[in-house]
Design a protein around this ligand. Structure first.
Ligand SMILES: NC(=O)c1ccc[n+]([C@@H]2O[C@H](COP(=O)([O-])OP(=O)(O)OC[C@H]3O[C@@H](n4cnc5c(N)ncnc54)[C@H](OP(=O)(O)O)[C@@H]3O)[C@@H](O)[C@H]2O)c1
Ligand SMILES: Cc1cc2nc3c(=O)[nH]c(=O)nc-3n(C[C@H](O)[C@H](O)[C@H](O)COP(=O)(O)O)c2cc1C
Length: 395
């Protein structure tokens, strides 16, 4: 391919790029740079990124190529393509083109890019989409880096530090045939360097087994990594589950009257503890993607860390939907499941090694504390007395 293909992206510290269809940080300087670099060229994006632009309109003064699997999709000012091959064919005669997101499209087109212009924004934000961590990929190297600057005082995210970093992939694939990009999310994210973590998914799937379907598929996709526990099997009088062997805790549920299953919430509350790392997997009948605030709330109450959540539509025959023969027929489908697997894989690739380190620290601290029990109140008073009156402890 003679066209120089580059990716351009703004990432947070854990390479998060978006949440619920929006960017996670707004930075006018970054926007200006984006416009400067891409104007006059071709940009390639996923349909969801197009939808995230004001009015869902394409970018001005650029040729906009949009990937979608929807054969009937049309939008003014947009060239629609339906596969990566079609996108690459469309730019074959161009000198320069830019991959502008989001996650699904970056992952598939990065193997054809030789440069990635990455705005590294120094913050951590809740994200449901990520860019691959190029610092952990030996194929990519940093060739230039701007001085750090701060987001402007007049902006919502003012004061956050950012840098423009240019990565290059010296041995980039020239011919698209060589790169063999994966056709779906699951393959696209597989990596030999997968962190060796252990995950427990606590779940409840009451209605149509939608949640169980995704949980089982996930466990099957990563054999030996994921244990699952249906909380219906947990003793109601003793709802505490030992989560100490696990680096990562998944909470998976359908949404019932806007909330996760109540038994699951009880087990979670009793079992999750300080410093645990938690993610959520939800299936729901409605249109909204943001459910599971109760999971975040329980994490806050138990001092656990809520990392991120993923949701997908699930077949629903509750209430009025019954009369219509059900909502979301066939969901979660293969694509939903592949998306969920890719999302989880990405979470593990991004957080896995830090989680393992953190877990090791906690294990060592617990062992030390077991050997050095907390002094009794009387010991504490005696120590304070010794300290005040300068007496030495009797040997
Ligand atoms: N921080 C940044 O620099 C940055 C940049 C861009 C985007 N973002 C964020 O990223 C998020 C969106 O990312 P995303 O991963 O959800 O979506 P996306 O990559 O923008 O779009 C995904 C969609 O593209 C289509 N698609 C993907 N691969 C395809 C293929 N091989 N063949 C045909 N169509 C294909 C599908 O559209 P259909 O569903 O229509 O079939 C798919 O749903 C948003 O939050 C956005 O704000 C951040
Ligand atoms: C009693 C009940 C209440 C529900 N309430 C909601 C709701 O508030 N919002 C929503 O999006 N879906 C709602 N649903 C749909 C379920 O969340 C959806 O079907 C989900 O995929 C069920 O998962 P499951 O098959 O694992 O139980 C409800 C379903 C039931 C049975």
């Amino acid at each position: 391919m003679s066209c120089k293909l580059s990716a351009i992206v703004a990432v947070s510290d854990d390479w998060g790029i978006g949440y619920e269809g929006d960017m996670i940080v707004s930075n006018k300087a970054d926007m200006r740079r984006f416009v400067e670099l891409t104007t006059g060229h071709t940009v390639i994006m996923g349909r969801r990124t197009l939808d995230s632009f004001p009015g869902g309109r394409p970018l001005k003064n650029r040729r906009n190529i949009v990937l979608t699997r929807d054969a009937s999709f049309e939008r003014e000012g947009v060239e629609v393509v339906h596969s990566v091959d079609e996108a690459l064919d469309a730019i074959a005669d161009e000198d320069e083109a830019w991959v502008i997101g989001g996650e699904e499209v970056y992952r598939q087109l990065l193997p054809f890019c030789t440069v990635a212009e990455v705005t590294r924004t120094h913050c951590l934000r809740l994200a449901d989409t990520h860019f691959p961590n190029l610092d952990e990929d030996d194929a990519w190297e940093v060739v230039s880096e701007s001085e750090p600057a701060l987001i402007g005082a007049d902006e919502e995210d003012h004061g956050i530090e950012y840098r423009f970093v240019t990565y290059r992939r010296p041995a980039a694939t020239d011919e698209k045939e060589d790169a063999e990009p994966a056709s779906d999310g699951q393959q696209a994210t597989e990596s030999p360097k997968r962190p060796q973590i252990r995950t427990m998914i606590l779940y409840r799937s009451k209605h149509h087994g939608n949640t169980k379907k995704v949980v089982d598929a996930l466990a099957k996709a990563f054999p030996g990594e994921i244990d699952t526990l249906d909380v219906a099997t947990v003793d109601k009088k003793n709802p505490k589950v030992d989560l100490s062997p696990y680096h990562l805790i998944g909470i998976a549920s359908g949404i019932y009257m806007g909330e996760i299953d109540k038994d699951l919430a009880r087990v979670m509350q009793a079992s999750v503890g300080t410093g645990d790392f938690v993610f959520s997997l939800l299936t729901y009948g409605g249109a909204s993607k943001w459910y599971g605030k109760d999971i975040d709330g329980i994490c806050r109450a138990t001092h656990a860390n809520f990392l991120a959540g993923h949701g997908c539509p699930g077949f629903d025959t509750w209430g009025p939907y019954k009369l219509m023969g059900g909502m979301n027929k066939g969901r979660p489908n293969d694509e939903d499941i592949a998306d969920m697997i890719a999302w989880y894989d990405n979470l593990v690739q991004g957080y896995g090694d830090p989680l393992i380190n953190e877990y090791e620290k906690r294990r060592r601290r617990a062992a030390w504390e077991a050997e050095h029990p907390d002094p009794t109140m009387m010991d504490k008073l005696k120590n304070t007395g010794r300290h005040l009156f300068g007496r030495k402890k009797k040997q």
